[in-house]
Design a protein around this ligand. Structure first.
Ligand code: FES
Length: 107
């Protein structure tokens, strides 16, 4: 599979303990900063389509603001929900020496 590295902003756009939605290569990607470690996963909840950027971070997890599905920040995998729903896509996120932040998405 071909991938493209897409610059989405500056590292300072996502301070520690926050997360934010970015558009990258036609996808909505949620980029967060959990304890100084950045992660990038799909922003759209696989249950009913909520933007996970409107949810919250809880330790190493992202919790959907609509019905509470919990996904791993680092993996995108479903951690807790009453029904089986799909995992989220996960993307490589990188910060350059100049502070430019990018994600790697399928091209
Ligand atoms: S839309 Fe996310 S848990 Fe229902």
């Amino acid at each position: 599979m071909c991938v493209a590295r897409v610059v989405i902003g500056k590292a300072s756009d996502v301070p520690e303990g926050t997360m934010r939605k970015f558009e990258a290569g036609g996808r909505d990607v949620l980029v967060g900063n959990a304890g100084g470690k950045r992660f990038a996963i799909d922003d759209t909840c696989t249950h009913a389509g909520a933007s996970l950027a409107e949810g919250r971070m809880d330790g190493g997890s992202v919790v959907c603001g609509w019905h509470g599905a919990r996904f791993g920040c680092a993996t995108g995998k479903l951690e807790a929900f009453p029904a089986k729903i799909a995992d989220l896509g996960r993307y490589e996120v990188d910060v350059s020496e100049s502070g430019e932040m990018s994600v790697e998405v399928p091209a």
